[in-house]
Design a protein around this ligand. Structure first.
Ligand SMILES: NC(=O)C1=CN([C@@H]2O[C@H](COP(=O)(O)OP(=O)(O)OC[C@H]3O[C@@H](n4cnc5c(N)ncnc54)[C@H](OP(=O)(O)O)[C@@H]3O)[C@@H](O)[C@H]2O)C=CC1
Ligand SMILES: O=C(O)C1=N[C@H](C(=O)O)C[C@H](O)C1
Length: 263
């Protein structure tokens, strides 16, 4: 049985991760962390019934992980929180499934260094849905054929999202840039904006949009739009919990969803 802890247990994703953990075989909730609802039952906060797992303060993370015999922490919080908590998790010899987005290059290196230094394992992905990871592959292929076309990425999310552009939009831009040997990124456009050989990245925030990503390849007299739309956060939560099961048999190191999906 895999013992999984959830960090960000009171959040939109945290609650759904707990719901998915209790539904899946071979994995159980061993601990939960958040800034809010400390001491409350994580199952009751997630509205899935009492689980006898209290939400703990992140300040007690090292002790709680040890006492709860946690094997893996699933972290969907905010960049600075993940950057602070990941070294604590790695030093405790516990694996990590990271869904948080919006890392600076320094935060990303700090997390990866802690995992490597402690010989543990991490999966880091801006999007745990199967569809988005197929979408990345389609973008790679399309970019090869339409390398001369103008490329713009438009993403839309709910009005409570804390980072922009989304991690998925940034990964889409990286995938295309890597395929085409390097592109500049331009964020939004305003005023006179002559088109160079860059990828334009645009973020929209409104209402309860779960997550839309469109990549536009525009030529002189035609265009292709490749679009992924998430209908529910379950697309992300189920992928993250499957990843937490997968990690139990992985060699130490850093992985992405490509490894889990066998791409
Ligand atoms: N990879 C993927 O597939 C997906 C990634 N995401 C990413 O996951 C992250 C969370 O998204 P979402 O659930 O919507 O956000 P929420 O704001 O709903 O949830 C985040 C939770 O983390 C808590 N938190 C903040 N700081 C800490 C800390 N230091 N220690 C412990 N908990 C903390 C927040 O508390 P408080 O509210 O009090 O600050 C909140 O309860 C975002 O970065 C988002 O982009 C989201 C969906 C899919
Ligand atoms: O914050 C969200 O909601 C989401 N965040 C991820 C991102 O930034 O790419 C993934 C998904 O689009 C939902």
């Amino acid at each position: 049985m895999i013992n999984a802890a959830v960090t960000g247990a009171s959040g939109r994703m945290g609650k759904l991760l707990i719901e998915n953990i209790i539904k899946m075989e071979g994995i159980q909730l061993s601990a939960a962390f958040d800034l809010a609802n400390i001491g409350k039952d994580a199952g009751e906060v997630a509205q899935v019934g009492k689980l006898d797992v209290p939400i703990s303060d992140v300040a007690d993370m090292a002790t709680v992980l040890k006492e709860s015999k946690t094997n893996v922490v699933i972290d969907f919080t905010i960049a600075n929180a993940t950057a602070a908590n990941a070294p604590v998790v790695a030093e405790a010899g516990v694996d990590l499934v990271i869904g948080t987005t919006g890392f600076s290059p320094e935060q990303r290196s700090l997390i990866e260094d802690a995992v490597i230094k402690n010989n543990t394992t991490a999966i880091i992905s801006p999007n745990y849905s199967v569809g988005v990871n197929v979408f990345f592959k389609i973008l790679q292929e399309t970019a090869k054929y339409l390398s001369e076309y103008d490329i713009e990425i438009i993403e839309a999310h709910h009005n409570q999202k804390k980072d922009a552009p989304s991690g998925t939009a940034m990964r889409a831009a990286e995938v295309i840039s890597e395929t085409l040997g390097g592109k500049d990124f331009v964020y939004g456009r305003e005023g006179l904006a002559p088109r160079e050989k860059e990828i334009g990245i645009h973020a929209v925030r409104g209402g309860d949009i779960v997550g839309d990503h469109t990549v536009l390849f525009a030529g002189g007299s035609e265009r292709i739009e490749i679009k992924h739309q998430a209908h529910s956060r379950n697309a992300f939560a189920s992928g993250a919990v499957i990843s937490a099961i997968w990690i139990a048999n992985a060699e130490p190191g850093i992985y992405t969803m490509d490894d889990i999906l066998g791409f």
